[in-house]
Design a protein around this ligand. Structure first.
Ligand SMILES: [Zn+2]
Length: 55
């Protein structure tokens, strides 16, 4: 009942350089079919790096 359609999926974003999983994100699977790729600040690398969706 709380879920409208179940199109939202929780994904983890991992830094592509150190592989640390720094961010959790909600993805709408209806609008976003490909893997997420976001430029975000990584506290381990101490800079902005590309973060990719991790399984
Ligand atoms: Zn990193």
């Amino acid at each position: 009942m709380a879920n409208k359609k179940g199109n939202r999926l929780k994904v983890t974003l991992a830094c592509t350089e150190c592989k640390n999983r720094n961010y959790d994100n909600m993805k709408n699977t209806k609008n976003t079919t490909e893997k997420l790729e976001l430029n975000k600040y990584c506290p381990t690398c101490k800079k902005h790096t590309v973060h990719k969706e991790a399984k």
